[in-house]
Design a binder for this molecule. Structure first.
Ligand code: KIV
Ligand code: NA
Length: 265
């Protein structure tokens, strides 16, 4: 088999076929999601919160993202792997955005990069795409701008709607192959999904997008904290891992593990 391409995703949009996307940051989840047929895996800068234990995505660096993306690429054979450009690695100008994108695709083998922004980021998308790199755009609530946006707030309400629609159309014109919409009203997300010919991937953007993404730890019930309204846990991995850990600890403490069957002679 070969990897999913951006053409496959565009064909899916033409046919009205919906698809799932998940984040992944290391080998086992990448293998499992790839084998389960998840067509697109995102090495998200949400690694900041979900791997590196930061409070938000602002601190994570390119040097921290690259080894994670490398591992996900090595662990998959079907999925299209997208790597986020972290905060500070592309906002200065389109040249910086291109230089960071080149470094990431060369050093990781990822098939695409993703960047956040509004209409002003379209120029950087165009620059990266012109160099031959596939770009996914991310608009609406853009976590790298959490402080400028005044917190985790739904985007696209009232007068903001026109700006968001304009940004989405600018990203498509600039050559983005797909667009993530995060924490956007269902009405505005539906309108953008209808207007764009590229796939629109929702997260907290209602039921009418072409595709849906979740952070894998949210999807699998690995998180301990309060989940956002848009999250659904499809498993209870935290409870399963806690139970296995307690069983292991009890068996060691009580001398039930290891036994003769685990011993070398
Ligand atoms: O980093 C991330 O996990 C993301 C998704 C929420 C789209 O950007
Ligand atoms: Na991200």
């Amino acid at each position: 088999g070969r990897r999913i391409t951006i053409r496959d995703l565009h064909r899916a949009k033409e046919r009205g076929e919906r698809w799932p996307m998940l984040t992944s940051y290391e080998m086992y989840t990448a293998q499992i999601f790839d084998e389960a047929g998840i067509p697109v895996l995102l090495v998200g800068d949400s690694a900041a919160n979900n791997v590196y234990a930061h409070p938000d995505t602002v601190p994570v660096t390119v040097d921290e993202m690259i080894p994670l993306a490398r591992a996900v690429v090595r662990s998959t054979s079907r999925a299209l792997v997208v790597c986020d450009l972290p905060f500070g690695s592309y906002q200065i100008n389109p040249e910086q955005a291109l230089a960071t994108s080149i470094r990431i695709v060369k050093e990781t083998g990822a098939q695409a990069v993703k960047l956040e922004g509004g209409q002003q980021a379209a120029e950087s998308v165009r620059r990266i795409v012109d160099a031959g790199i596939a770009v996914m755009a991310h608009a609406g609530f853009t976590p790298q701008s959490v402080n400028a946006l005044g917190g985790y707030r739904v985007q696209g309400r009232g007068e903001q709607a026109e700006d968001l629609i304009a940004a989405a159309e600018a990203f498509e014109r600039a050559g983005a192959f797909a667009l993530v919409l995060e924490m956007v009203t269902a009405e505005v997300a539906a309108e953008i999904t209808k207007r764009l010919s590229i796939p629109v991937i929702g997260i907290g953007a209602g039921p009418y997008c072409d595709a849906q993404v979740l952070v894998w730890q949210d999807m699998a019930g690995m998180n301990a904290g309060d989940a956002a309204r848009f999250v659904k846990a499809f498993g209870d991995l935290r409870a399963a891992l806690t139970s296995a850990t307690q069983d292991f600890a009890d068996d060691v403490i009580n001398g039930r593990f290891p036994t003769e069957e685990h011993a070398y002679h």
